[in-house]
Design a protein around this ligand. Structure first.
Ligand SMILES: NC(=O)c1ccc[n+]([C@@H]2O[C@H](COP(=O)([O-])OP(=O)(O)OC[C@H]3O[C@@H](n4cnc5c(N)ncnc54)[C@H](O)[C@@H]3O)[C@@H](O)[C@H]2O)c1
Length: 286
């Protein structure tokens, strides 16, 4: 199965809605599923607003924009994925929840379909083991926001086939992305390196080394990062950062990955970052 024409995206949050938009803009038929009706409606509004913005900025013609919207389908029923060529999963960063979903997808999708996870850190090998098709399970890790960021990190599980890798790589390249390949170890490449920095920034804040503004300005101007680690954590989602750190800590067994208590407290308090309007910083709703 080499020609991808139809993609199923599971999870219509920050990542899933961006991936669905990207796929539709690049000519694929897309089914976007979310288990929460409100999230599905939010994803529909978000994608529609983005496509109209692309039209108004002349990045997309009116006709192409209309065609893109026509290729997008929204659903809450997994059965609608029976004819998709590839699924890209972007639900909550929980191994148990992802495994349950992959087992269901294995029973519903056609035998040739590839099952990809956008997981930031969870083992592809273990997710694959929940299915009867480990050679067709792979990590396809987009960066946030998927339509803008140039990188896709592809993660090969222990049994991922060369064909699955090649088809997934071709798809990412069709989306205009640069691909890097990681073996299946917790956090892969990007989060293995990024999350300890974000965690250390929380420790610096927690222990009173500096204000949040000075920590972020220090890393922006001192190391030429486009945004500081605390602001980046807000953009990623503090709950997502915490989940990734827990996976790194458990998977690599080193206490240097133990999440900072301040990060845990923010998540407990519902300060999840930009998506909730409040994280390390506050983001007034416009
Ligand atoms: N946020 C980032 O910067 C980022 C970057 C790369 C990868 N990721 C990964 O992408 C995935 C999603 O992250 P996000 O930031 O989009 O999260 P999010 O919280 O914005 O969205 C998750 C969505 O999944 C839905 N959902 C949860 N369980 C579901 C299920 N069983 N079936 C269907 N829908 C379900 C929720 O309703 C929600 O709309 C995670 O695995 C995360 O680690 C996140």
């Amino acid at each position: 199965m080499d020609d991808i024409e139809c993609v199923g995206v599971v999870g219509g949050g920050q990542m899933g809605s961006g991936i669905a938009q990207l796929a539709a803009v690049h000519g694929l038929h897309v089914w976007l599923l979310d288990s929460h009706p409100q999230a599905l409606q939010k994803a529909r509004d978000f994608i529609s607003t983005n496509i109209h913005r692309l039209i108004s900025k002349n990045h997309l013609s009116q006709a192409k924009g209309d065609e893109t919207i026509g290729r997008l389908h929204f659903t809450s029923k997994l059965e609608d994925f029976h004819s998709v060529d590839i699924v890209i999963e972007a639900i909550v960063e929980s191994e148990d929840v992802k495994k349950k979903l992959f087992a269901s997808l294995d029973g519903i999708t056609k035998a040739s379909a590839i099952l990809a996870s956008n997981t930031s850190s969870i083992s592809i090998t273990r997710i694959a083991a929940a299915t009867n098709r480990p050679p067709q399970v792979i990590g396809m890790h987009f960066m946030n926001p998927p339509p803008i960021m140039k990188l896709v990190e592809i993660v090969r599980g222990a049994d991922t086939s060369d064909n699955t890798f090649n088809v997934t790589k071709q798809l990412a390249e069709r989306f205009g992305k640069t691909v890097i390949c990681s073996q299946d170890f917790s956090g892969f490449i990007v989060n293995r390196i990024l999350m300890p920095m974000i965690n250390e920034a929380f420790y610096a804040l927690y222990t009173g080394v500096a204000t949040k503004e000075d920590i972020d300005t220090g890393m922006k101007l001192g190391t030429n990062h486009p945004m500081g680690p605390l602001q980046l954590a807000d953009f990623i989602g503090l709950d997502v950062c915490l989940s990734i750190l827990k996976v790194l800590h458990a998977g690599l067994g080193d206490n240097k990955y133990a999440p900072c208590p301040l990060l845990m407290q923010y998540v407990d308090a519902g300060r999840l970052g930009k998506k909730r309007g409040l994280g390390v910083y506050s983001y007034p709703r416009l």
